[in-house]
Design a protein. Structure first.
Length: 333
């Protein structure tokens, strides 16, 4: 396989996050799990995103599931999953709707299952969304794990990591070059134009998601503008993996401190035993957020619907965490 450029040169979007004052950034997941206690119906999710923008949320994160099936068990230690017939919107389509009714909030997939999509088409769709949102897209990508999705699409699951890396490279080539050429294991083209490119010349920031470890640290160092930690990741995982990331970046002459990290705060169920008041839960949540930031996290995703029973509580949770974040400082440059 021929790959364009050296590993360190593949990074196309150095401004993968807005560091602002150096405080951590607050992301909130947007899914049908917010229904019905926060959103009246699934078609109201974009309007709810606009409401959260007004509350000061920095980033909207949308997960991905192409198909579900019976007997699915999450690799995060057997975490319980929603029923397979739960509604799940396609993330880039949902984010396009969110973009149409917001102005500043950043839009991210967390994560998009890149191996399940044609990389040339993905590059076109992502660039379109980025242009229409005036450069607000952060493309979070991962390899996936559910065998049923790979069977349904018709690709080998064991190829998912190599396909993920090839997809990232193809997107960057098509966004950068006109005409563009690429020779890969699964996709090749010569003299291809895919215009318009992203809103900014630096491209769309690509965040790499997956299980924390050495292999993932190496993949992020080579290809990522940011690192999305698996939902089971802890502050201890972040601290351990930051050392690995520093080591891998040093090998290719990259500064690891410029790579933002996003982790997920635990749900109410995972955070504390039942019976605690919302105020008590928020005290524990702020403590956990502080631990993550001290370990090196710059972005924290909040499972809002697990803490808030209605919009009033949702606003209180967001504003409480925003106020706490203002007192913290990230270590990223």
């Amino acid at each position: 396989m021929t790959v364009t450029g050296q590993a360190s040169a593949e990074i196309r979007a150095p401004n993968a996050h807005d560091s602002g004052s150096g405080r951590p950034r607050l992301a909130v997941g947007l899914s049908v799990d917010h229904c019905p206690h926060l959103v009246a119906s699934i078609d109201q999710l974009p309007a709810f995103a606009a409401t959260m923008e007004g509350w000061g949320v920095d980033q909207i994160a949308v997960g991905d599931r192409v198909v579900s099936g019976d007997g699915m068990t999450h690799p995060n230690g057997g975490e319980q999953l929603p029923p397979p017939d739960r509604e799940q919107l396609e993330p880039l389509t949902l984010l396009a709707a969110v973009a149409s009714c917001t102005t500043d909030i950043r839009l991210t997939t967390g994560v998009l299952l890149a191996p399940l999509r044609n990389p040339v088409l993905l590059a076109k769709v992502a660039a379109t969304l980025d242009v229409l949102s005036r450069g607000r897209l952060d493309l979070g990508v991962g390899s996936g794990w559910f065998q049923g999705e790979f069977d349904a699409i018709g690709i080998e699951a064991e190829d998912r990591f190599a396909r993920l890396e090839e997809t990232v490279r193809i997107c960057r080539v098509l966004w950068r070059d006109a005409p563009a050429s690429y020779q890969g294991k699964w996709t090749s083209f010569t003299g291809a134009y895919s215009r318009p490119g992203p809103y900014r010349a630096s491209g769309i920031p690509i965040w790499i998601g997956g299980w924390p470890g050495r292999v993932q640290a190496r993949r992020v160092a080579k290809l990522g503008d940011g690192w999305i930690f698996n939902s089971a990741g802890t502050a201890e995982d972040v601290a351990r993996c930051r050392i690995m990331l520093q080591e891998e970046c040093a090998l290719i002459g990259r500064d690891a401190e410029t790579i933002p990290i996003r982790a997920m705060l635990p749900s109410a169920k995972r955070l504390a035993p039942p019976g605690l008041s919302l105020d008590e839960q928020l005290q524990l949540l702020k403590k956990r957020a502080t631990e993550f930031v001290e370990a090196g996290v710059s972005h924290l995703a909040l499972p809002l619907s697990s803490f808030a029973r209605d919009l009033t509580e949702a606003q209180l949770v967001v504003e409480t965490m925003r106020s706490h974040f203002a007192q913290l400082k990230t270590i990223q440059k």
